[in-house]
Ligand binder design. Structure first.
Ligand SMILES: Cc1ncc(COP(=O)(O)O)c(C=O)c1O
Length: 382
């Protein structure tokens, strides 16, 4: 950070460039484009696909019925229609077996979200996408640095988006990254996050050292040219510098999260009558951004969460989407058509799995769960 400030430059430069190149290489992609949030990354990535393929307003995009609200909001913000696909009851990710029943002649793309740190069933999703000529945009805002069948997340879809917001994996305060192997999409994303500018001038360095009068004149004429609708979604060198520094520690972070999650899974195994613990299918790694849990149907989840929070253990619901007030206003009461999402909305939650947790912290968590669950109340009958 001090080095970045010493350069006396805040707009995208050396540090964002270094971060983007290293992040792209980590995920096996040609391009990484850093912007100011995971949501912005998703919004411009979908806008780029919409422009590249000439999709019409109202065309349909398949999104998980269980995910953070941004996955679906960015579809609406692009004047497209989100169509929900139910979740898998074990991985909690979009269930590929549920995709084809939602296809219509207007379906254009699938946005699988790798939730909690676990990659989706990408082989099945890509096969369905290929069969029906659909684009795939990975929402990898909760997952980084891990593989599915030997390949890193972030390199499966036409584009993939990551978040570096606080409490995610690699953190830069606010921030997001789009990765892609498509040169045209990468340039479109850079343009869209900078007000829709002509690609001739996407960085303040682009008008340095122009070799001829003709080149200078062309720059003067096109530098202030806006060729598409864009946004102001740029990050600064300060986020870039935090990203460069955080990348140096990512292996230790991932090791600590994996060790924490393995310890919790092992120590909570005696509570399996009360809790569904995370499952990691053998063909993929889990980044454990969080530690997802589902209480058995006859237990009162909220009473348990209340007890845990009273003991200082923070919890969050498991990304319920369909029952959010805004979504109910837009789409009505969808929950009954999505039985797995409905079950997770009412019985799922997660706790932290941060690399800074000590063994003592984890033992405290296990003891709290043990005490609370042994005195747990059955769920009130609906
Ligand atoms: C699945 C998912 N998508 C998108 C986002 C949005 O990321 P950001 O908060 O950086 O906008 C998040 C963040 O919390 C997320 O969990």
């Amino acid at each position: 950070m001090a080095e970045a400030l010493d350069t006396n430059r805040l707009s995208a430069g050396l540090f964002i460039g270094r971060f983007e190149r290293a992040f792209a290489a980590e995920h096996g992609c040609r391009h990484a484009v850093m912007c100011n949030s995971g949501t912005s990354a998703l919004q411009i990535a979908l806008a780029a696909l919409k422009e590249q393929h000439g999709w019409q307003d109202g065309d349909e995009i398949l999104v998980p019925a269980v995910t953070f609200v941004a996955t679906s909001n960015i579809v609406l913000q692009n004047r497209l229609t989100p169509v929900f696909v139910d979740a898998d009851p074990v991985t909690y990710n979009l269930d590929p077996g549920q995709i084809e029943r939602h296809l219509t002649p207007r379906t254009r793309a699938i946005i699988p979200a790798h939730l909690f740190g676990l990659p989706c069933d990408m082989t099945e999703i890509l096969a369905i996408a290929a069969r029906h000529h659909l684009e795939v945009l990975e929402d990898s805002c909760e997952t980084m640095f891990v593989t599915y069948r030997g390949q890193k997340v972030g390199a499966f879809g036409a584009l993939s988006c990551f978040s570096t917001y606080v409490a995610h994996l690699l953190v830069t305060g606010v921030g997001g990254v789009v990765t892609t192997n498509d040169d045209e999409l990468a340039v479109m994303c850079r343009s869209m996050m900078a007000h829709g500018r002509d690609a001739i001038y996407l960085s303040i360095d682009d008008d340095d050292a122009l070799g001829s009068d003709a080149a200078r004149l062309q720059m003067i004429q096109r530098r202030f040219s806006f060729i598409r609708m864009g946004y102001s979604y740029r990050a600064t060198e300060l986020e870039g510098a935090l990203g460069v520094a955080a990348l140096e520690e990512k292996d230790a972070m991932m090791r600590a999260r994996r060790a924490n999650s393995e310890y919790l899974i092992q120590r909570l195994a005696s509570l399996k009558a009360f809790l569904q613990l995370p499952t990691v299918p053998p063909d993929r790694e889990h980044a454990f951004m969080m530690f997802p849990l589902v209480v058995k149907p006859d237990l009162d989840r909220d009473a348990l969460l209340n007890e845990l929070e009273g003991r200082g253990i923070e919890t969050r619901y498991m990304m319920p989407l369909l029952n959010q007030p805004y979504y109910r206003r837009l789409f009505g009461d969808l929950e009954d058509r999505y039985p797995v999402a409905k079950h997770l909305n009412h019985h799922g939650f997660y706790i932290g799995c941060h690399q800074g947790l000590t063994r003592e912290d984890l033992d405290y968590v296990v003891e709290a769960f043990t005490t609370c669950l042994h005195s747990a109340q059955p769920a009130a009958k609906a």
